[in-house]
Design a protein around this ligand. Structure first.
Ligand code: PLP
Length: 391
């Protein structure tokens, strides 16, 4: 059975070039970058080259890039350190954030007594920026705003340039979880004045276990992992040299092919919307998922017009990997907070969300296979529904 992978928002397959660069580093550059001898210094040079490359991409200085183990660590570091070292007393966020942000904010509330204000999105998953502006004006407490760039479940893109301006006007710090957009979009942080952002290499065909945090220099941020002076003392621990090299190679490939990959994935996404709408006429798309410009081209969040908590498993048995979203009101998976925000209660009870996510490797033939499989499954449900109605 030819397997089809349509879960690229969860993780992406490694590029061959990335694997080659990593293997070569593991073989040839095993030195500890903190060692002063040539083995160490050669490894150190590799890391600094990638740091410069990332800084160039984001239009920032290399000193503002701190390598970490993943997006989760970067977000933890930014939020926890803002509270512990920068005197943050209040955090403004939304229920749409990834768990590594929302749980960390909750932790800061419970353990550090930080005030947390949530902005509830509308049924499209949009955040009202007037509400943010209002909230920013209501308190003198030192505030961190944490709003993601693109949502990993529905793909909604937020206007982080505008949000950064609102934060600046109120002297608030701004953190954006940019894990789903780094290396997928051109990001210029000399124009978009975020204070903190995060990246994870495995979301763009790099390795797992490596990412970085962007920490704007003027913020005076300190690290939360203590030990040696690595990463300018912001993140102690011997660096993952081959991982960082892999991140650099994956970023280079993404940037070199950005236009080609973006056009390809947008075309694939449009095709998926067309094909799925043809085989399941009552299908819906969640949030801004089906709207160009407002949604990330890698993510399509669909809503099937029947309840089938086993759909992920059924598709997997047909060799197709997708993420189920999870608005199930029964079974093992609990509804995700994002789905609870964008679906009605009736939809939660009677429909099934599916997240289909693409890479530059996804083909139209794979979308056809998904459409065929969903058509078959949906017909079974239509027959079952008719039988129940006639009983
Ligand atoms: N933030 C977002 C928006 C994500 O989609 C993910 C991963 O799914 C993360 C953070 C966590 O990244 P990592 O898997 O590198 O910890």
């Amino acid at each position: 059975m030819n397997k089809i992978y349509l879960d690229n928002a969860a993780t992406t397959p490694l590029s061959e070039e990335v694997i080659d660069a990593m293997v070569s580093t593991m073989k040839m550059n095993f030195g500890n970058p903190s060692s002063t001898h040539s083995f160490g210094q050669e490894a150190k040079i590799l890391i600094e080259n990638v740091r410069r490359q990332v800084a160039e991409y984001l239009h920032v200085t290399p000193a503002e890039i701190i390598f970490t183990s993943c997006g989760t660590e970067s977000n933890n570091m930014i939020i926890k350190s803002s509270v512990e070292h920068l005197g943050i007393e209040r955090i403004i966020s939304t229920p749409l954030e990834h768990k590594c942000v929302s749980e960390t904010i909750l932790d800061m509330k419970n353990r550090k007594g930080v005030e947390v204000n949530y902005i509830r999105p509308n049924e499209k998953g949009d955040i009202d920026l007037n509400k943010l502006e209002e909230l920013l004006k209501t308190s003198d407490k030192k505030t961190l705003v944490s709003l993601m760039h693109a949502n990993n479940e529905i793909g909604n893109i937020s206007d982080i340039k505008k949000i950064a301006e609102l934060c600046k006007a109120s002297n608030a710090l701004f953190h954006s979880d940019t894990v789903q957009t780094m290396a997928h979009m051109n990001l210029d942080f000399s124009d978009i004045m975020v204070d903190f952002a995060s990246c994870s290499a495995h979301k763009f065909h790099g390795p797992k276990g490596v990412g970085f945090a962007f920490i704007r220099k003027a913020t005076g941020m300190k690290g939360i992992i203590t030990g040696g002076p690595q990463e300018r003392s912001l993140r102690a621990g011997t660096e993952n040299v081959s991982g960082i090299v892999g991140l650099g190679k994956a970023l280079e490939l993404s940037l070199n092919h950005m236009e080609e990959y973006t056009n390809h994935m947008q075309e694939i996404k449009d095709y998926a919307i067309e094909r799925l709408s043809a085989v399941i006429p009552d299908i819906k798309f969640n949030g801004r998922s089906a709207e160009k410009e407002k949604s990330l081209y890698t993510v399509l969040s669909a809503l099937l017009p029947y309840k089938n908590p086993l759909i992920g498993l059924q598709l997997d048995m047909k060799g197709i990997a997708i993420s189920q979203g999870s608005a199930c009101s029964s079974g093992a998976s609990k509804p995700s907070m994002v789905m609870m925000m964008v679906l009605t209660e009736d939809e939660m009870d009677h429909c099934t969300p599916l997240r289909i996510s693409f890479s530059h490797m996804t083909t139209k033939a794979e979308i056809d296979a998904l459409a065929d499989a969903l058509e078959e499954i949906s017909k079974e449900f239509a027959i079952e529904k008719t039988n129940v109605e006639h009983r």
